[in-house]
Design a binder for this molecule. Structure first.
Ligand code: AMP
Length: 416
């Protein structure tokens, strides 16, 4: 691709009935398109997948590969402004799009979020704390990095990992050779193990004029490396919550973000907040906002992309969100619909492969009334006994590894 981005600037808000282009056809694009429709916009999807869940609810689809210049040009010709719904789209492809139409967030932000080494360098440069880390070029470099950071630690691919894929926990030096051969020859990063009390995330939106809206901090619980449950708000010290929101705001400003950004963080056992990673798009941990906020993460994202004003990220209710993963959980859909208080969302996927996010459910509580562990278990009783003692699994890297960074759909997608 020879085109250099000139980033055409769009002044003023996008007129009603204009078309927002979304690169990617997953559920994040689907729920963005549904929010855009409510604001009077049409969406047009670029995806290689026929019957994509975003395409099913959009005005149009360009079927094609994210790296195919002809598909990219055909897509750009159909739309007024462009965004993306997952990080593993080709940055060069996005550069080509940016030479034709405004792309929000910018390809520069995508590039930072696509590479863990670039991302952590950026974060540390902005004064944002992360786990200690070292870039790893070869096995000798891995040994040296383990010597510096100590054990346990986590070896990750710098690019393409998602849902715990592309990373291996190292507990003893005996683990090094297998871990290295599992993940190499991809570029690698070694991270010190963060002894965390809980995982949290913050969604921040920033508009074209630099105005910022920050959602409340939420707490995330994983199962089999995949987000299982989000609690809104996070049950953490209010000072830590304010710190987390301030960090998200700093990151959005330093990135010169236009759009929505998810900042995944750990609260350490010692009560510090450190950032794990960035996702410049709507995020699974923000799905609760559809039902618990006047303007959801998807509406906030579409507003920012369209150059509209951003409302405050107000939460009218507390919420618990549970993903419906794989055939077993989506098989409970009739019971979800029959359970008073459960709000169901299905993504229109026809195949329920293991680990695939098929939909989610939300349960609302009055503000300040989010129950403790047993109440959450009770609220989600339909999903089985693992919630009964409130000990929803946390820490998803413990259970092993995979060098496979392909998505569930066979593309190199990130589906958070
Ligand atoms: P990631 O792909 O970086 O989001 O990692 C997936 C999951 O692995 C996180 O949600 C954490 O549960 C765990 N994890 C990742 N990095 C670390 C770390 N440096 N220390 C402890 N746990 C981690």
């Amino acid at each position: 691709m020879t085109e250099q981005p000139t980033t055409p600037e769009r002044r003023g808000p996008l007129a009603p009935n204009s078309t927002i282009g979304i690169v990617g056809g997953g559920q994040l694009g689907r729920m963005s398109a549904m929010a855009a429709a409510r604001l009077g916009y049409r969406c047009h999807i670029l995806t290689p997948e026929e019957d994509s869940c975003a395409g099913l609810v959009s005005a149009g689809v360009t079927l094609g590969a994210y790296e195919d210049p002809d598909a990219l040009r055909a897509f750009a010709a159909k739309v007024d402004v462009i965004t993306f719904e997952f990080e593993n789209v080709s940055a060069e492809g996005l550069d080509l799009l940016a030479s034709l139409k405004p792309v929000r967030p910018s390809p520069a932000i995508l590039r930072i979020s696509q590479d863990r080494v670039v991302e952590k360098s950026f974060l540390n440069g902005a004064g944002v704390p992360t786990a200690p880390w070292r870039a790893v070029d070869d096995f000798a470099g891995l040994e040296a990095a383990v010597g510096e950071l100590g054990l346990p630690c986590i070896l990750k691919t710098t690019r393409g990992g998602y849902d715990g894929k592309g990373q291996v926990m190292l507990r003893t030096v005996a683990d090094l050779p297998a871990a290295f051969s599992d993940l190499a020859p991809q570029l690698l990063i070694l991270e010190g193990f963060v002894d965390f009390a809980c995982e949290i995330s913050v969604l921040v939106a920033r508009g074209v004029g630099g105005e910022i809206s920050v959602f409340d901090v939420v707490e995330n619980r994983h199962r089999d490396h995949i987000l299982d449950v989000t609690l809104a708000p996070a049950r953490i010290d209010p000072d830590l919550a304010r710190q987390a929101q301030a960090l998200a705001r700093t990151v959005a400003e330093r990135l010169d973000l236009v759009g929505l950004l998810a900042v995944e963080m750990f609260v350490t056992a010692k009560g510090q907040v450190v950032v794990n990673e960035l996702a410049p798009r709507p995020h699974n941990s923000g799905h609760w906002t559809i039902d618990a906020c006047p303007a959801s993460q998807f509406e906030m994202h579409m507003r920012a992309v369209a150059g509209l004003a951003l409302p405050a990220a107000v939460r009218h209710s507390d919420a618990v969100m549970k993903n419906l993963v794989g055939a077993e959980e989506v098989g409970l859909w009739p019971q979800v619909l029959g359970t008073p208080g459960l709000i169901g969302h299905l993504y229109g996927k026809t195949q329920a492969r293991p680990g695939r996010k098929m939909g989610h459910v939300t349960r609302l509580f009055g503000r300040g009334a989010l129950p403790g562990a047993f109440g959450v278990a009770d609220a989600l009783a339909l999903f089985g006994p693992r919630f009964e003692d409130g000990s929803v699994e946390h820490g998803s890297v413990e259970h092993g590894s995979s060098g496979d960074v392909q998505s569930e759909d066979g593309s190199s997608a990130v589906e958070d």
